[in-house]
Design a protein around this ligand. Sequence first.
Ligand code: NAD
Length: 265
Amino acid sequence: MLSIAVAGGAGRMGQELIRICLEQNLRLTGASERPDHPLLGHDLGAALGRPAIGANFSSSVADAGADANVWIDFTLPAATLAALDALPAAVRGVVIGTTGFSTAQQSAIAVHAQSRAIVQAGNFSLGIAMLCALTRQTAARLNLDWDIEIFEAHHRHKVDAPSGTALMLGAAAAAGRGVRLADATLPPHTGVSGPRAAGGIGFAVVRGGGIVGEHSVSFVGPREIVTLSHSARDRAVFADGAIAAAKWVADQPPGLYGIEDVLGL
Ligand code: NAD
């Protein structure tokens, strides 16, 4: 039987995940929070203004994950890595929505995926999975006369840029062209940066207010522009995708999976 623990349970995504677990009557066994958080020791249901469920916020990953078989983590890169090191062995599956990992941190996740099933995605919405597939297809069909520019906008609290989703879209475009994103990424367009390099993939970022998540990929040809875009209206779309991933990952062998594996795309 699925039993879920939520890392960073008091955060924007953490609260959304707890709310959906409560509404879907999923077994919620605990949630972690940072050591100075005011909700530590409080009941997860009561903290959201609902009936108590007998599971509390804890600063200890071992305690928060004690009765869980799946850990869902939308926190900060360092917190996600620390949790992977400390999770009880009974936690068979992990869903990682946190973004902004360094190359070294990403390698550490890959090592953990040798002993646990991990689903990691910079975006858990079905619409973005579809946008990635369309981006890859389009990039494969249009030649280097079409410059690829990726735009993203998020709320003022977001700490990493470009967003994990923009990087997923960049990776999809690069894959369509048969190159690595690291080799194709253009430096930020600022100052006297010279003419645009052929085949480069550019990123533009906006931060402000409460924007949930806007992404577009433009293929800019000499005389026409194709733009594929996605607009997230409610962060529940990410939480729904993460819960679907939690149900899926609980039965998977160790490995590093993406949202496309969960959706069977
Ligand atoms: P948030 O700041 O609202 O929530 C993060 C929570 O983690 C906070 O409550 C914070 O106190 C907690 N935290 C910090 N350190 C911790 C620790 N050591 N142990 C336990 N908890 C700790 O942020 P958010 O908007 O919920 O986003 C969280 C992450 O998820 C970000 O990296 C964001 O980019 C990413 N995100 C991903 C998707 C997706 O679909 N993949 C969607 C939305 C957000």
